[in-house]
Write a protein that binds this ligand. Structure first.
Ligand code: WT7
Length: 649
């Protein structure tokens, strides 16, 4: 890895930021020495109907994992994101919406957004939605996706957004697990000039035998193309919204009432429904949005994540709207219709902050100067990165080419489970090292532990844990607290285990090295190897499958599948293509295997455990130093795997 020089903070930036280095250090110290006092003060950044008296009630104790913040306060997320701004910012644009087709765009003010959210909340009520009900949202990137989310929060319903790229099978699994009562979707989505049959996917998902909870499907009309219609169940959004009253009081919710469920992949089993709650989440999302992006009133802010992921929840919708920002929401792909689309959107809306993923940056980087053709991007003040480790070369390119060498780049490390950004530079405070997520945010206590859970001091490398809670932390796995405890608190007692590895350098900066469990990060999308393996073996020709990640230039990691076929089935390119399509249909396009290798035998120990370390090395083309293979039941499979590696390409 090339080493780059540390980039100091300019004086200008330091004096225009929320915190300079001295203030960061002071606030950070306070936040970890006296978290009660720190959060008692900063919790007040949102509006509470009933103020809290208690701040932090957390137990990381082995026998009782319990996380509560501001628990006796009451508030409402939609009220904080909308009503609170009406007086001063009612006419300010809340959302600039930019279509997949550059000719399509719209804008909506805070006042208009408030009215539409109220109407839609009344629509939900008219369909029998009550406090605590779960609403599945399977929507493209349209303004109505955020309206649906905010309307749920207004009446205390729990949303469960399902990324619109997921398959019917994946939708069914999430609906079954969450017992969703209503599903909100669109006739079709549009991305990169192609339509995505969302309603047809829903129809198929709901034929799944396990799906019993859905009473109604509310359909937003996006393309107007013909779709199947089930009268007893389907309702058009546009027929109900105008009939509903524009007045809807925001329900007073307890700080700890469930806000949303978001499914994410782990190393074993099906995706988990991570649960976030109301007060602490909003305090944390809005505070990180303000400090990390140095957000100031009047800024135009664009995070191009999809609302189907946590980044879309915290940094498209809740954090920025809570802060009264003008946000940009883009329906389509960053390279459509041309590779200069991102730059064009920046110029069109005079965007000040751009927050995107390393995979997009690397994909653009391959196109050189075409990416900025006929644009000037002079409005940009800050660039952000999220989702996977960013290599220093891509970091430098982002800064130089998109940001003209004048914007700080904040590489933000966090997870679905953390609710908000955890390790990140603060512009104005943190000297930048390309490739490092740098230092912890206020209230965040990271540590690096060895395999036994011993905390390491000074420069070191190991497993990344958090030794205390922060307000944005997930509270549980929906309906399965044992799984929550087991996944995050059992490996290292008394600490939250992130699943990531990290290095800490002599300046105390953190460098995330990637997952240390069987979770892949493909183009910023998190995927469990077990999920892909289970999709593979559900194909009638497959006896066994082992999935590993391998280094991929654009996506960071690619999906490499070793497949053992059933007796009598012979391997062919055609079959490999069929298997690729199979996984794509079972999970969704993001899970499509990059490479499939025929593996008549897999490297197993005598007790039958697959040695993934060896498979990872072979996938990466590292055939030397395969380490100790003497514990393998049949060491001869190694040569065969290496021979077949070439054929897999
Ligand atoms: C995993 C979490 C957080 C929003 C998007 C992903 C990886 C995330 C970084 C970063 C290195 C990163 C980690 C983490 N990750 N951001 N800046 N540097 N790695 O959320 O789907 O829950 O995935 O993404 O491996 O554990 P997610």
């Amino acid at each position: 890895m090339a080493e780059y020089k540390t980039i100091p903070v300019s004086d200008d930036l330091a004096s225009n930021a929320w915190a300079d280095d001295a203030l960061y250090r002071k606030m950070y110290q306070e936040s970890v020495i006296n978290p009660e006092g720190f959060w008692r003060e900063h919790g007040e950044r949102i509006h509470w109907f009933k103020p809290y008296t208690r701040v932090k009630d957390v137990s990381y104790d082995d026998h009782r994992i319990e996380i509560k913040w501001f628990q006796d306060g009451t508030t409402n997320v939609s009220w904080n994101c909308l009503d609170r701004h009406l007086e001063e910012k009612g006419d300010q644009v809340a959302i600039y919406w930019e279509g997949d087709n550059p000719k399509h765009s719209s804008q909506i003010s805070y006042r208009e957004l408030h009215e539409r959210v109220c109407r839609f909340a009344n629509v939900l009520k008219s369909q029998g939605v009550r406090r605590g009900d779960v609403i599945a949202v399977y929507m493209p990137m349209v303004v109505e996706a955020s309206i649906a989310m905010l309307a749920c929060t207004r009446i205390g319903a729990i949303h469960s957004v399902i990324f619109a790229g997921f398959s019917p099978e994946a939708v069914a699994g999430r609906v079954i697990d969450s017992h969703a009562k209503i599903l909100i979707t669109a006739d079709e989505g549009v991305r990169g000039g192609k339509t995505i049959p969302l309603k047809a996917n829903v129809d198929e998902a709901l034929t799944h035998t396990g799906v019993k909870s859905i009473e109604k499907v509310i359909v937003f009309q996006k393309t107007g193309n013909r779709i199947a219609w089930y009268k007893h169940r389907d309702i058009w959004w546009h027929e109900l919204e105008p009939l509903a009253s524009p007045h809807c009081e925001a329900r007073e919710m307890d700080a700890e009432s469930p806000l949303f469920i978001l499914y994410t992949s782990g190393s074993t089993g099906k995706p988990k429904g991570v649960l976030h709650t109301t007060g602490g989440y909003l305090v944390y999302a809005s505070m990180t949005h303000q400090y990390v992006f140095n957000y100031k009133d009047g800024d135009v802010y664009w995070c191009n994540a999809d609302v189907g992921w946590i980044t879309g929840h915290s940094y498209v919708v809740y954090g920025p709207l809570c802060n009264g920002a003008t946000i940009v929401m883009h329906e389509g792909l960053p390279n459509y219709p041309s590779v200069s689309r991102i730059s064009e959107i920046v110029d069109k809306y005079q965007i000040n902050t751009l927050y995107t993923a390393p995979t997009a940056i690397r994909a653009l980087m391959a196109h050189g100067q075409d990416v900025i053709k006929n644009t000037n991007r002079t409005s940009l003040k800050l660039l952000g990165s999220v989702g996977e480790p960013i290599n220093p070369e891509a970091w430098m390119w982002y800064r130089k080419t998109i940001g003209q060498d004048k914007c700080p780049v904040v590489d933000t490390w966090w997870q679905t489970e953390t609710g908000g950004i955890m390790i990140t530079p603060l512009p104005g405070a943190t000297p930048l090292k390309p490739g490092s997520a740098t230092r912890p945010f206020f209230g965040v206590l990271p540590a690096i532990v060895d395999g036994l859970g011993n905390i390491q001091e000074g420069p070191c490398e190991g497993n990344l844990v958090m030794i205390d809670s922060w307000p944005g932390q997930a509270r549980t796995v929906y309906g399965n607290h044992d799984r929550f405890v087991h996944t995050y608190f059992s490996k290292f007692k008394g600490m939250y285990f992130t699943g990531d590895g990290a290095r800490r350098d002599e300046d105390g900066y953190y460098w995330i090295t990637g997952r240390v469990d069987d979770v892949l990060n493909v183009a910023g999308h998190r995927m469990g190897t077990a999920e892909i393996e289970s999709a593979m073996v559900s194909h009638s020709h497959v006896a066994e499958a082992a999935v590993v990640g391998y280094p991929h230039e654009i996506k960071g990691q690619g999906i490499y599948v070793y497949v053992t076929l059933n007796k009598g089935v012979s391997y062919s390119e055609e079959l490999a293509g069929e298997l690729r399509d199979w996984v794509r249909r079972e999970i969704g396009p993001i899970a499509t295997p990059d490479i499939i290798q025929n593996a008549p035998g897999l490297p197993k120990t005598r007790s039958g455990k697959i040695m993934r370390r060896i498979l990872r090395q072979i996938a990466a083309g590292e055939f030397e130093n395969l380490g100790d293979t003497s514990t393998l039941a049949d060491p001869s499979v190694i040569d065969q795997l290496i021979d077949n590696r070439e054929a897999a390409g």
